[in-house]
Design a protein around this ligand. Structure first.
Ligand SMILES: Cc1ncc(COP(=O)(O)O)c(C=O)c1O
Length: 447
């Protein structure tokens, strides 16, 4: 399929990249190279907003007095949020105050970012959309993307079906069973990364921590080993683009051993010109507002000296992808999240919910590892997030799932031939033991 050539604005962005960080230009997909943010309605309206003090007849909304037209029946639903912060369009990169607030949050929660140069988070229609934008920018059909063999199934739709990448995996764990010896197989990761990079100029890597479906967050040593392998490959000359999917960030329970409490993004930003870190995160899980669809994409380039220019160019290209795809992310959602982040009680509220989930995780840890269940299933290491995964023994996971539903009224997710995912995030403490009891019973029955 032949595509139009990049327009002069896209070309100018690409030339800026070529000068500032040619490696990043080489990482872009052909669509990524064609992307730009047009001097169209949006940018002309933004200029008018600043300067058109007499009449502003630019943007496609309807106004009345000094604000947007709003039907009373709509305005009545908005609580304390003014119509101007709810029913109008948001800028394609998101509300400036929200972007700043999320950047501040990243710095507070990831101390290693303090001396790193990284971009202003661009607001996405939650993380799924952020992943899709990242794919649009960096994936050319046929590119290879490495990720753990325990993965969120939706990556297949986004990266394989939509963007045409080939997903390759590495064995995530050294072994099954809880305990410090069975963590991430970082050597397998490094080996697979080297193998797949052979003969390729570029490789994409996706790391999702805390992981879905296993609920695992690396220990600091594992985080160091993953970062070292990525840096090593970048030094060998491969262009390495790492998507850090931090959907469940902050829900750390340190079961078994202390895990990292920072994103890998901090260990990967500003490390090497051939290494680009792209952080995908959001309010969806962290602030428990799944349906508000509010997430972020943030760029962490390898060269600190030109990071400002690179982030500006990638910001413009991301805005172009958003403008051309969904136009912009709901203003009301962004206003709610921005105001919540500024609320004095937010940190304590988040900590309290994390504590509720931690207690459930601890109970699961205790119950699922009881020796009497060992003949039926083994538990993959977990310490964080919403989920845990078990490997069932001697039965097909899908048959077991259906049997559990039909006979016990228990709903779990089969993620592989022998793997079953339990979302303890939606179990009350007293439901946990009966659930694992039912799982054990059902396996015995099917054998
Ligand atoms: C690992 C992972 N990434 C991303 C998402 C999507 O999050 P969002 O609802 O923000 O699109 C999910 C949700 O299930 C997930 O588990």
């Amino acid at each position: 399929m032949s595509h139009p050539k990049p327009t002069p604005i896209a070309q100018a962005l690409n030339e800026q990249l070529e000068k500032a960080a040619p490696e990043i230009l080489a990482m872009l997909s052909s669509y990524g190279r064609r992307l730009y943010f047009p001097k169209g309605i949006i940018s002309q309206s933004a200029e008018a907003k600043q300067k058109a003090h007499r009449f502003n007849a630019t943007i496609g909304i309807a106004t009345e007095g000094k604000g947007p037209m709003a039907l009373p029946s709509v305005a009545a639903q908005l609580g304390g949020i003014p119509a101007a912060d709810a029913v109008t369009y948001a800028p394609p990169a998101g509300r400036p105050g929200l972007r700043q607030a999320w950047r501040k949050k990243l710095l507070l929660e990831n101390p290693s970012l303090a001396d790193r140069k990284f971009g202003e988070p661009v607001v996405t229609n939650a993380i799924t959309h952020g992943l899709a934008v990242a794919g649009e920018l960096f994936i050319e059909p046929g590119d290879v993307m490495l990720m753990p063999d325990k993965l969120w199934g939706n990556y297949k739709l986004t990266f394989e079906v939509h963007h045409g990448a080939t997903i390759e995996t590495f064995p995530f764990y050294k072994g099954k069973g809880l305990g410090p010896d069975n963590g991430i197989d970082t050597e397998a990761f490094a080996r697979r990364l080297r193998e797949l990079s052979q003969g390729r100029e570029k490789i994409l890597v996706l790391l999702n921590f805390p992981n879905n479906p296993t609920g695992y967050m690396p220990t600091p040593a594992e985080g160091d080993a993953l970062a070292a392998a990525l840096l090593d490959q970048a030094k060998r000359g491969t262009k390495v683009v790492v998507f850090c999917d931090d959907a469940y960030f902050g829900l750390f329970y340190h079961l078994g051993a202390r895990s990292m409490t920072e994103s890998l993004f901090g260990r990967l930003t500003g490390r090497h010109p051939n290494l680009l870190a792209v952080k995908l995160d959001g309010a969806t899980k962290e602030l428990f507002v799944w349906g508000l669809r509010c997430g972020f994409i943030t760029f962490g380039p390898g060269r600190p000296e030109s990071a400002d220019v690179v982030c500006e160019v990638l910001d413009a290209k991301a805005r172009g992808a958003i403008r051309g795809g969904i136009s912009n992310v709901p203003q009301l959602s962004q206003s709610i999240v921005e105001r919540a982040l500024a609320a004095p009680g937010i940190d304590a509220e988040r900590a309290a919910k994390c504590e509720v989930l931690r207690k459930r995780a601890e109970r699961v840890y205790e119950v699922a590892s009881q020796p009497r269940f060992a003949g039926s299933f083994s538990v993959y290491p977990f310490n964080s997030g919403y989920f845990m995964l078990v490997e069932v023994k001697g039965v097909d996971a899908e048959k077991l799932r259906v049997h559990l539903l039909d006979k016990y009224g228990v709903g779990l997710i089969a993620t592989g031939a022998a793997d079953i995912r339990v979302a303890f995030s939606c179990l009350e403490i007293e439901q946990i033991e009966p659930l694992f009891e039912a799982l054990h019973q059902a396996i015995q029955e099917l054998r």
